[in-house]
Design a binder for this molecule. Structure first.
Ligand code: UDP
Length: 232
């Protein structure tokens, strides 16, 4: 049995015989509001592994550096070992969630240009929003690394948004995590309905974790619908 080196809210990370590679196992556990709400979503692990693998393949086709090597089985993928940079990058196209609150804009209002936000990845602090000055004082990333992360984030937004448009899905917003591998900044973590807001373009029905956060029901069906739209 491979050694587990990390267990997060939604994933477990295992060592492999190759120190440059790790195995990511996707769990069915779901949390929201910084862990205050807990539950499970049936088959979420399998769905998020398949959805993330699909998106990482799409990014590879578009030459956007990321940690994905290959999907191994229904619930796991092989990735490059990363030193995670504890800065979450959120990209938004449509006002929702905390941005709707911050700006006083109604949910669903389109933003004239994409908005990038940076958050300090720290559970004890509840992932507060931060800026370059905070990052400099915390000494968690260089200015060049943040610029690189923002450049990739905007490219990823364009690739995902354009792809999803053809599938009748609005990409409302999403969260990315980056790390360094052999000194280079590359994308890590996952791209799934846990970390993105997806709305049906016609009905604006939510097809993401907001169904769990807001007790809207049919959570598994929404994740399944996203996988179906990507793959058919
Ligand atoms: N998000 C995430 N993890 C977090 C916080 C946010 O994946 O810890 C994602 C979330 O799914 C959404 C986007 O980032 O797609 C923006 O989230 P927002 O700040 O609106 O968060 P909320 O307060 O609604 O959770």
């Amino acid at each position: 049995m491979a050694k587990m080196i990390y267990e997060g809210k939604a994933k477990q990370i295992f060592l492999t015989p190759n120190e440059d590679e790790l195995l990511v196992y996707f769990k069915d556990d779901a949390t929201a509001f910084n862990g205050l709400k807990k539950g499970t979503i049936v088959n979420k692990g399998e769905l998020n592994n398949k959805i993330s693998s699909f998106f990482f393949n799409l990014l590879n086709e578009n030459n956007i550096p990321n940690h994905f090597i290959k999907q191994v089985d229904d619930r796991s993928m092989l990735v490059k070992t990363l030193k995670i940079i504890p800065v979450e990058v959120v990209v938004r196209n449509i006002a929702a969630g905390s941005l709707a609150k911050r700006l006083g804009w109604e949910e669903g209002r389109e933003l004239p240009t994409p908005v990038i936000e940076l958050y300090y990845k720290d559970d004890d602090l509840g992932d507060p929003i931060i800026n370059y000055y905070h990052i400099n004082v915390l000494n968690i990333a260089t200015k060049q690394q943040i610029a690189q992360m923002e450049e990739y984030a905007l490219k990823i937004n364009t690739v995902l948004k354009d792809f999803l448009k053809d599938k009748n899905v609005d990409l409302v917003d999403f969260k990315l995590e980056f790390g360094t591998h052999k000194g280079e900044v590359i994308l890590g973590d996952e791209i799934s309905p846990d970390t993105c807001r997806f709305w049906d373009s016609a009905t604006k029905e939510k097809l993401d974790k907001d169904r769990f956060r807001r007790d809207l029901g049919n959570v598994e069906d929404a994740y399944k619908e996203i996988l179906n739209r990507l793959t058919v």
